[in-house]
Design a protein around this ligand. Structure first.
Ligand code: GDP
Ligand code: MG
Ligand code: K
Length: 294
């Protein structure tokens, strides 16, 4: 049997070169896919891609999203930690991008003990001729670094790069439980946060008769917009949840939002509403939707 491989892959590169798109492409490529967004102490985890015999944990860092005039120093700071923490480093550039005239940065890449893959992205936007020019340019800039032309958006060469990453990863057990993640971990976290507030603020009967479903989770540049429904079985419970002039529900919303902002490291807009669904407990289809079927 093949040995299990696992490790951390840091993606560095300027804003908008396509890091998030690459993450999505990796996720779309695999069979048993899990995405996650969680904070580690230093890095933002973009996603975890699991297979039977591998776990690839991809991250970038919020620190790199800086105005151009700050980019060089922040790049250096980030690169420092990226080189310390990663098993594989992906340095992503896009077609037409000129290398930072930052000798220290290139020295770091050249002397890296961690394997580095240089990903030249957005090759779908260029011609064969211009692509060859670009490849040559980067090979001169970083002669010892393994270069892969890709298109994260149109899925060109993504599978090869992914397989190469796995090859480069060390043999290790999974860092995160594979079976506890789902395809919508953020939503489950939102559900659990709201449930906790309901447990804190209402008498026993209430928490056990509600179910929470985060129907919408939309991440924008500066804000995450969420909408969650609290399902109850009876009208009277709806009234209790909402409280006098909506005060009780508002408290749940405010406290949940604060926790969620801390967790996601971003501003959160949370819309909460209450719905009576007499059968939520017994309705098998509902239960399936809530994820109780396994
Ligand atoms: P990030 O800031 O590095 O995470 O970059 P994003 O993944 O958000 O991508 C920035 C923009 O580039 C988006 O509009 C993407 O659709 C676009 N983009 C990413 N990869 C490609 C690609 O391979 N080809 C093209 N044409 N556009 C891409
Ligand atoms: Mg991004
Ligand atoms: K998701």
């Amino acid at each position: 049997m093949q040995k299990h491989k696992a490790g951390f892959v840091n993606i560095i590169g300027n804003p908008n070169v396509g890091k998030s798109t690459l993450m999505n492409a990796f996720v779309g490529e695999k069979l048993s896919i899990i995405t996650s967004k969680a904070q580690t102490t230093r890095h933002r985890i973009l996603g975890i891609v699991n297979g039977d015999d591998f776990q690839v944990i991809l991250s970038d860092t919020p620190g790199i999203i800086k105005p151009a005039y700050e980019l060089q120093s922040s790049m250096m700071n980030f690169v420092k930690s990226a080189f310390e923490d990663a098993d594989v480093l992906l340095y992503m550039v896009e077609i037409g991008e000129k290398a930072l005239k930052d000798e220290a940065f290139f020295e770091k890449i050249k002397n890296s003990k961690i394997p580095v893959l240089l990903l030249l992205n957005k090759v779908d936007t260029t011609t064969q001729e211009l692509l060859e020019e670009q490849v040559q340019y980067w090979q001169e800039m970083l002669p010892t670094v393994e270069l892969h032309p890709i298109s994260a958006l149109s899925n060109f060469n993504i599978k090869n790069v992914f397989e190469r990453i796995i090859e480069l990863l060390p043999e290790a057990p999974a860092y995160y439980p594979k079976d506890q993640l789902t395809d919508k971990p953020e939503r489950f976290f939102v559900n659990e946060t709201i449930r906790e507030k309901i447990l804190i603020h209402y008498k026993k009967e209430i928490p056990y008769s509600v179910e929470i479903d985060t129907e919408e989770f939309f991440e924008d540049e500066d804000i995450i917009r969420m909408r969650a429904v609290i399902m109850v079985e009876r009208d009277s419970q709806k009234g209790i949840i909402i409280g006098h002039k909506g005060s009780a529900l508002k408290r749940v919303g405010v406290e949940s939002r604060k926790d969620l902002e801390k967790f996601f490291g971003k501003q959160v807009h949370l819309e909460l509403y209450v719905k009576v669904n007499k059968n939520w407990r017994s309705d098998a289809r509902q239960l399936k939707r809530f994820g109780y079927n396994n």
